[in-house]
Ligand binder design. Structure first.
Ligand code: ADP
Ligand code: MG
Length: 702
């Protein structure tokens, strides 16, 4: 049988383990693997040999340049290409790539957000090779470029990116989870890592129409737009048949991703019209984060080839669902034990009970910073704005685990729902899966069989942040637990005590009901759960004493780094809202108000000419529309002037936090004030005179 397309394509552009095994001398490959497995420092001889092999491989595959590929605090990736060329003599070039070029780079760091870190320390920034994520080739109009995943740090070692703290948090959870495994007799476990599978939602719209809308071009979302007669109410898009043009996009996207070793697996239409989803198979947190960045970039690139535009903004359209990503997360040992797998007899799995209790405590105690990890300006339109999921962090366990938790709280656990209580003959399948798929789509943090699914993250965001937080809070809980258990006189008694007291103290965070309901908001408040509605309200939690202590204790982020991160977020919020406000001002001034005026002129001349031609004719329709349009025009003008003034006032605020607060409290509502009359105007003005494609054009005419 021949090789399938997928097999031929898969990993073709990745310098992966297999390629290394083939191309590196045996002893070098072996010591390289040892370095990787033991997390040791890389010796320069090995680096040189690896660099050489990598270069040869890249050249054979058409590469001319290489780049240190990194993830600065902008949330997207950055790269600066260098060719392999070196001068051998005046007339001859050789192609070179040394170990030191592989290991370290020095991009001009001054234009990346640093939140004041560079001012305090040094303008310099370094990229350092992350050898745990494989190098890959990027093919585009620039030719073929060898991309080397790197971490980005300041001269003094402060993290200027999302990867460094992620790697630190992975080390933290590895260290503490190893202690837990040891306590349970798993002495053969040498390494523990977190697996992550991120489902990615996105919209596709026609590119010609997209280009006609400055709001989409400048901000990635529509800032105006009246609802079309049809929205998502029919539920006919979710899992619906995929249109040809979209299907050919998906096919090409899959192929591009497979080439890069990304296990693109699931694709389907989402709830909103023109909305879709892609999910790869899970992998190590760090690689999953890199892959998610590549997926987003590739979606945008491939879309253009099909004359489509991929919208990753969390809320491209008012009135239909926005986009997010679901971060599926679990903790696994190198021997294949998943700490989040309850197994066949969940009621007997003490390790699982402990891990579950630790996560419940960790999430309850650190809900604010978890919420913060899913905060970006676009996501404010989803979380806390009557859309999935709510801004309140709660945990969904499902029937089986809920039952176990209740039994533990009641004094002893003796059964699992599927085995004893539910003797329905459904015993072939591990019943836990059946239970877990009886899902609750409204929960921000849901147990789904053998993993937790964090559903708050925005579609445009890096999943780095939420995994940093998840790893760190759980590492911290594991540390506290291991400290206690290692000292315990009687292991079993102490273990039971920990599990029971953790569940007792933190069961308030468990909620299996409807997270969208108003009752839940009230109930959550009664339980004392935080309800942080906006990004700006979440940011201060980075620098609360509790969280500084948390991140410091696990060696993930220092106080200075946290302060810098908070500063960057305030700045980012202000910039985004400022651009949105300015775009609205521009569109209202130059497009919508003139369109309204033009229409009033048409109406007026129609009234005049009808009256002239037939004096007794009824012109009340034109007169009424003319009056309505004129009223809306003056409302729009007032709102426009108000927005202009407030935006100016916001811009001159010096303090980052104050400025962001002002944008949120004053500018943001003023944007809505302008949008409302314009959207109403859109419903009145002749379609041929409306200057931009409508929601109906964008959502239904792909
Ligand atoms: P859903 O029903 O939530 O839409 P999908 O199948 O679309 O589910 O996505 C589930 C994601 O979870 C996939 O990326 C999958 O690889 C990932 N996943 C499955 N098992 C695990 C696990 N043990 N740890 C982490 N992620 C996992
Ligand atoms: Mg999901």
């Amino acid at each position: 049988m021949g090789t399938s397309t997928i097999e031929k394509l898969f990993g073709k552009n990745v310098f992966n383990d297999e390629v290394m095994k083939q191309r590196l001398p045996r002893d070098v490959y072996k010591s390289w693997k040892k370095t990787l497995e033991n997390g040791e420092d890389l010796n320069s001889d090995i680096a040189n040999v690896v660099a050489h092999a990598m270069k040869e491989w890249a050249l054979e595959n058409g590469a001319t340049h290489y780049t240190h590929w990194f993830q600065p605090m902008t949330g997207v990736t950055a790269e600066k290409h260098d060719s392999f060329i070196s001068a051998a003599s005046e007339s001859r070039a050789v192609l070179e790539f040394k170990g030191k070029e592989l290991i370290k780079g020095e991009p001009d760091a001054s234009s990346f957000p640093s939140g004041g870190l560079r001012a305090t320390f040094e303008a310099r920034g370094y990229t350092a090779w992350d050898c745990t994520s494989p190098a890959f080739l990027k093919e585009d109009a620039a030719g073929v470029v060898l991309c080397i995943p790197t971490a980005f740090c300041s001269y003094t070692g402060e993290a200027l990116d999302k990867k460094t703290p992620l790697l630190r948090s992975m080390e933290a959870i590895n260290k503490q989870a190893l202690r837990i495994f040891k306590l349970f007799g798993h002495d053969d476990v040498k390494k523990v890592s977190c697996s992550v599978g991120a489902e990615q939602e996105y919209f596709l719209v026609d590119r010609d129409k997209y280009l006609k809308r400055k709001d989409l071009v400048f901000t990635g979302r529509t800032l105006f737009g009246a609802m079309p007669p049809k929205g998502q109410e029919m539920d006919d898009h979710y899992f619906g048949a995929i249109k040809e043009r979209i299907a050919s996009f998906m096919k090409e996207l899959n192929e591009e991703l497979w080439k890069l070793g990304i296990l693109a697996k699931t694709q389907h239409n989402e709830v909103a019209p023109a909305q879709h989803e892609l999910a790869p198979i899970y992998t190590t947190a760090n690689i999953a984060t890199d892959h998610n960045q590549i997926i987003m970039e590739m979606m945008q690139k491939v879309a253009k080839r099909h004359n489509l535009e991929c919208l990753l903004n969390e809320k491209p359209f008012k009135g239909v669902n926005g986009s997010g990503k679901h971060n599926n997360w679990s903790i696994v040992s190198d021997t294949g034990i998943n700490m989040l797998d309850p197994g066949k007899k969940p009621h007997r799995n003490k390790l699982f009970h402990l891990v579950l209790a630790a996560i419940i405590k960790g999430v309850d105690e650190n809900a604010e910073v978890l919420r913060l990890s899913a905060s970006c300006p676009g996501n404010d339109h989803r979380l806390g704005a009557n859309e999935a999921p709510p801004a309140i962090i709660s945990i969904f366990l499902g029937e089986q685990l809920d039952d176990i938790v209740n039994q533990i709280l009641g004094g002893g656990v003796s059964s699992s729902i599927h085995g004893n209580d539910l003797d329905t003959g459904v015993h072939v399948l591990p019943v836990i899966y059946t239970d877990a798929t009886d899902r609750n789509r409204t929960s921000p943090f849901a147990f789904t069989g053998n993993k937790f699914e964090f559903r708050m993250v925005g579609s445009s965001m890096s999943i780095g942040d939420c995994n940093i937080v998840l790893n760190t809070i759980v590492a911290r809980e594991f540390e506290i637990i291991a400290d206690r258990l290692e000292k315990a006189e009687d292991f079993d008694t102490e273990l039971d005590e920990i599990i029971k007291s953790y569940l007792e103290d933190h069961k308030r965070v468990i909620f299996n009901g409807d997270g969208y309901s108003d009752e839940w908001v009230i109930e959550a408040e009664r339980r004392g759960l935080p309800n942080i509605k906006t990004m700006v309200e979440a940011i201060p939690y980075y620098t609360s004493e509790k969280n500084i202590d948390l991140f410091k204790s696990q060696g993930v982020l220092s106080e200075t780094e946290l302060e810098a991160r908070a500063e960057i977020l305030y700045e980012n919020y202000s910039k985004v809202i400022n651009i949105e406000a300015k775009t609205m001002i521009d569109m209202a001034t130059k497009q919508f108000i003139p369109a309204g005026i033009k229409y009033t002129r048409e109406l007026a001349s129609s009234i005049n000419s009808v009256r002239e031609a037939v004096p007794e004719a009824d012109t009340s329709t034109q007169v009424n529309i003319l009056k309505a349009v004129s009223t809306l025009l003056s409302e729009a003008e007032n709102a426009l002037n108000n927005l202009k003034e407030l935006d100016k006032e916001a811009e001159i605020k010096e303090n980052g936090k104050e400025r962001a607060m002002f944008f949120k409290e004053k500018v943001f509502p003023a944007m809505d004030e302008l949008r409302n009359p314009i959207d109403e105007l859109e419903m009145l003005v002749d379609k041929k005179d409306w200057p931009v494609p409508s929601y109906g054009d964008l959502l239904f005419e792909v």
